[in-house]
Design a binder for this molecule. Structure first.
Ligand code: 1HE
Length: 257
């Protein structure tokens, strides 16, 4: 399945995935959700980091409400599971994903942003979970991922009261890790993705696949998983040569920004 509503641009080993439905504020139709999944599952193997952004004034207006028809319980569950599969393809896909946020990041748009590994927001960004006022619930993994960013109490407040966080407050509570001037989120996200792409692939793999699972494990299991992952990462030839480069004065030192 391909869709004109999501575009792929390759710049060396960086992929820019762009939601391209600006007339509908990048609302996520079923077709677009499936196309996002397919795009992440069929990414060229050369891609080492991904930027996800949205065309137009808004990152994403969430679920396409025009498709919200009567569904029985079974169909509703399958619809939510379709979203889960697509956003898992983003979170556990081929490479780390940097979201470039601007304008509305609402409902399913916030669920999608939450599946990314790094979020860069510009000053036009605002976050909301209008599901509460629409009489529905999150269904794209937001109930799991959003509390991990901001805590269950803040998420419940957003859904119960319709509270909207602006860009500054969003960054303060953990919805984004970077806050940049309006219009520069994509540029900053590409800069970050370029840095991410220069890491050893096994380190990026560990951060994408091991870290979130370790965070869910009891401490004694987490310590063991960490030790196993550390041993695998440091035994890779690339780790050996990077450490040798530092010890022999060929690698950058850590510097203050
Ligand atoms: C849409 C959608 C949409 C816009 N589904 N069509 N999400 C929401 O409840 C958010 C609803 N959207 C908005 O609050 C606003 O549209 C925005 C703040 C995002 C943008 O406002 P604005 O003034 O720039 O645009 P607009 O004039 O409201 O919208 C432009 C068009 O996009 C218009 O269609 P048109 O045919 O009249 O031009 C809108 O109807 C359409 N549009 N947002 C369908 N969401 C896995 S479960 C997830 C559950 C949820 O995500 S619930 C939250 C849904």
């Amino acid at each position: 399945m391909t869709s004109k509503d999501v575009q792929l641009e390759l710049r060396d080993n960086i992929a820019i995935v762009r939601l391209s439905r600006p007339a509908k504020r990048n609302a996520l139709s079923d077709g677009l959700v499936l196309a996002i999944r397919e795009m992440f599952e069929t990414m060229p193997p050369s891609v080492r980091a991904i930027v996800l952004d949205g065309e137009g004034d808004h990152f994403c207006a969430g679920l396409d409400l025009s498709e919200l028809k009567e569904r029985d319980a079974g169909a509703g569950m399958m619809h939510s599971r379709m979203w889960h599969a697509a956003l898992e393809a983003v979170q556990y896909g081929p490479a780390p994903v940097v979201a470039a946020l601007h304008g509305a990041v609402v409902g399913g748009g916030l669920e999608l942003a939450s599946a990314c590994h790094i979020r860069v927001a510009d000053e036009s960004t605002f976050y909301a979970l209008p599901e509460g006022s629409r009489g529905i619930f999150v269904g794209g993994g937001g109930a799991v991922r959003i509390p991990r960013l901001i805590g269950a109490a803040r998420m419940a407040d957003m859904m119960l009261t319709g509270r909207v966080y602006n860009a500054q407050d969003g960054e303060r509570i953990g919805l984004a890790q970077y806050l940049v001037p309006t219009g520069t989120a994509t540029e900053k996200a590409i800069e970050i993705a370029t840095r991410v792409a220069s890491n050893a692939p096994l380190t990026n793999y560990a951060l994408m696949h091991a870290l979130p699972r370790i965070a869910e494990q009891p401490a004694d299991q987490g310590f063991l998983t960490e030790a196993l992952m550390a041993a695998i990462a440091q035994s890779a030839p690339e780790a050996k040569s990077r450490v040798r480069d530092f010890l022999e004065g060929r690698a950058n030192k850590v510097k203050k920004d």
